[in-house]
Write a protein that binds this ligand. Structure first.
Ligand code: MN
Length: 210
């Protein structure tokens, strides 16, 4: 079964001024579309055609580089669009499980933001910063190169990603040029914490027992 490029649930200009419409449109219709097309080409006629994207990523060491690059690109952007919203409240409300878990594991939301931003800033070249849930329900921050992600069996820090930030230059260069720090800071104005807390709950069915 072929993978399909998802529609965004908001308009390309909905995240302005934090992420501009032109960047969003090119990012979705060119970059994400290409990862999707190339992933489908790379899995055609293989056992991967019957697998979910999560299953493919969990076994990525068995598959060609084209699947790693484009399967990662397909999954990562699906997550990225889904955890942003024009209706962001900036930070999670203290009633959300994700707020409780962030406070538990990072001390405070401010400290989490500082550590996540540092991960995004220190990723050299192209890649992603992630907030993940590990096997024992703890949150951790990590970053990966290129289109790798924490679901892949080849990465050092494995877990379920619930928030991801694309720090490839194609994600910000038109509006921010070399100012990655300004882009990282602006990202926090568009994070959909309802979507993140939902992903946290799904990754960790025990979470509702706070
Ligand atoms: Mn991208």
């Amino acid at each position: 079964m072929a993978f399909t490029l998802p529609e965004l649930s908001y308009a390309y200009d909905a995240l302005e001024p934090h992420i501009d419409a032109r960047t969003m449109e090119i990012h979705h219709t060119k970059h994400h579309a290409a990862y999707t097309t190339n992933l489908n080409a790379a899995i055609q006629g293989t056992e991967m055609e019957k697998m979910t994207i999560e299953e493919i990523l969990a076994n990525i060491s068995k598959y060609p580089a084209a699947v790693r690059n484009n399967g990662g690109g397909f999954y990562n952007h699906n997550l990225f669009w889904a955890i942003m919203s024009p209706n962001s409240e900036g930070e999670p409300s203290d009633r959300m499980n994700i707020h409780k878990a962030i406070t538990r594991d990072f001390g405070s939301f401010e400290n989490f933001k500082k550590e996540f931003s540092a991960a995004a800033m220190t990723r050299f070249g192209s890649g992603w910063a992630w907030l993940c849930v590990d096997a024992s329900d703890k949150l951790f921050i990590t970053s990966t190169a290129n289109q790798d992600n924490p679901l892949m069996d080849v990465v050092e820090a494995k877990g379920t990603p619930i928030l991801g930030l694309d720090v490839w230059e194609h994600a910000y260069y038109l509006n921010y040029q070399n100012r990655r720090a300004d882009y990282v800071s602006a990202f926090f104005s568009v994070v959909d914490w309802h979507a993140v807390t939902q992903r946290y709950n799904d990754a960790n069915p025990g979470a509702s027992n706070f």
